[in-house]
Every structure is written in structure tokens, then in C-alpha cells.
Ligand binder design. Sequence first.
Ligand SMILES: Cc1ncc(COP(=O)(O)O)c(C=O)c1O
Length: 398
Amino acid sequence: MSLPIAERMSRIGTETAFAVSLEAAELAGQGKKIYPFHLGDINIITPANVIDAAVAAIKKGKTGYCPTAGIPELREALARDIGAARKMKFKAENVSIQPGGKPTISKFILVAMNPGDKVLYPNPGYPIYESQIDFNGGIGVPYGYKEGKDGFILDMEAIRKGIRAGAKILLYNNYHNPTGASSTRGEMEELARLAVKNDLSVLADEAYFDIRYGGEPMSIASFPGMAERTIILYTFSKKFAMTGWRLGAAVGPAKFIEQISKINVNHESCSNHFIQYGALAGLQGSNEEPDRIVAALRERRDELVKRLNEIPGIRCFKPEATFYLFPNVTGAMKSKGISDVEEFRKRCLHETGVSFCTRRHFGRPLPGETEEYVRFAYSGIEMAQIKEGLEKLAKFLA
Ligand SMILES: Cc1ncc(COP(=O)(O)O)c(C=O)c1O
């Protein structure tokens, strides 16, 4: 081959959910009506104050490079905002602005992990964890979630086992994609206790911290002994409906944050300059717009949970955070005589147009898994379409 590909590229993963999008788009191109529950994008426009401030910044000439770790005003505002929401204290030096939330995952791993290190990560979970651990030569140690009474709970025993096997790094995503799980205070306390006792480095992926429908938010970074060992992944994508703008941050101990910014110098010089003024306006504005986004999502969640639970053979929790549902579809598959969850997904898509991901899109299945799950995202679909799609799905699965 004239352009050989390096060995490491055989170890990088992808978001296979994008393949579901392609399949759905292809069917839509053939004229089939699609109900898009597969992608975690948001079909709500970014708040006007954010848009106006970014446009004004372009017009004012904020179109050149800016400091690698972000404009000082945004770093300061984010330090204050993240600190206040988590009852912690941060300064600008604790914040490195990133082009999205996602880059914090790979940069954290690059700074914290040596090749051969064992890294605990959620599975099912955001697929980029597994991809980046493998790509950078680490050894992924998966831990799962189990069905509790009202929602999914961490498999703490799997985490303890991983620590006993030598894992020194923990990737922890609360509030959790794809299950929608929120850790209880007790669960988080126990996890923090384990992290401190075993001297773990922790990435707290808090991409959905602000997409909550009840209860007080909690960050593992705020528990005793955790601030000095935790990097928080922050993103503007969800709270301000800014997925396509690409802006987020890594937040934590200044010495670690400096190393993360060094990677930014090498990769992108700086994050997009004028967009940072938009994000700043978002942080300084009232909470009215973010609240409106969460209110719209809550209505969709309530409708979707109700309708899914009305379908025989489907069991679905009502999560207090994120915009995902992770229903157990084992019974529905059985009554259709389908034993493979991918086949179930495809049959539902082709027969009804209802498009969703399955457990398989969120990491390699673990040994001993007996139940089948799919993931519904309700961030990119209107209420009327939710009702119509679920009617078709209910008929198909009846
Ligand atoms: C758990 C989790 N972490 C991080 C991200 C990255 O978000 P973004 O890069 O769009 O800010 C996502 C996006 O879906 C996510 O689900």
C-alpha cells in the first residue's frame, strides 16, 4: 500500500451509533418515515444570548488565536460556575478550555495513563472510553451497571475486583450514558472512599450534570480527598444545546490541567476563539433558557417512559438525569422469537421506522450478561413523533 497505516490504528474504536444513523438516513432516503431515537444530539436551538454574543465577538474581530487554555474571562467564569454547582472552589488555573467535552477523555488518558496501565471504565458506557484506553496502550477493566429497584446501580463488586487486579485509574460517568443512572450519595461515598484508599486517579465525566429532572446534583470531585485526584469533564454541549459548537473543559488540579493544555498546544493551538464569548454569555445569563431545555426534555421523557412500559415485555426505569432511557427488552424479543438484539433493532427499524441503539453500541458485552437492553435518546425528537413512533412500535411488538 502506498500509504501504510500505523499499527495503533487497529486499536482505535469508534461510535458505532453513527452507523445506526447512516442506516436510518438510508431508509429515510428511500422514503421511509424515521423516528430518530438513536443519536444523542439536541434538536433545540442554542439560546439566543449565546448566539448573539458569539456573532458580536466575530464582528469585533475575535477571530485570531487566543490563549491555549482559553480566554481568561471564560476560565474564571467556568471556575466560579462549576465550583458553585459542586460546592467546591476552583480558580482559572484549574480550567483548560477544550473543543468539546470529548477531548477531555483522550487528554486525561494521555496525561494519567502509561501503556500497560489498568483502567476501570463503565461498560455499558460511552464508547470512547474503551477506544481511547485501547488506542493508547492501556488495559481496560470494565465494570457494569445492574438493575436496582428504581434505576441502574453501579456494580461496585466489579470495581473492587478491578482495584484488586491493580487498576489505578477510574473513569466514572455520573450522570450515566446510556443507562441514565444517577449514583446515590451512598454509592458515590463508597466509590470516593475506594478511590482515596487505593490512590486512584479519577476522570469524572459530568457531561450530563445539568440535565437533571430532580434532586440535588452531586459530583464525586466534592467528596473528601477527591479534589486532588479528580479531573472533571465539563461540556457546553448539553446544558446550552451547543453540541455542534464544540466547546467544553477539563477542570481539576492546576498541575494536571497544565499538562492537558500542553496537549492542546500540540493538537489545536487553542479552542475556537469567538465561540468562547458565546459560552461566557451563556454562563453569565439567567438560567431561563437552560431550564426551558430541561423542561422540554422532561416532557419527552415522561411520555416515552409511559409508552415503553405499556408495551408487554419492555421494562423501563424513569431516570432523574440525562436524555437517555435503557429499557430491558428481553421479554419483547422473546415474544417476537428474536434472540439477537441487533436483529431486534433492525426489525423494529425496518418494520416501524423507530430507530434506536442497542447495548452493543456501548462497549463489548461482558461475560454473564443475560438480559437484553436498547437505548432510546429523546433529545432529537419532537413529542408528536415520539407518540406516533411508539404507537407503531407497540403495534409491531403486540
Ligand atoms: C458520557 C459523555 N461524555 C462526553 C460526551 C461528549 O460530549 P461533547 O464532546 O459533545 O461535549 C458525551 C456526548 O454525548 C457523552 O455522552
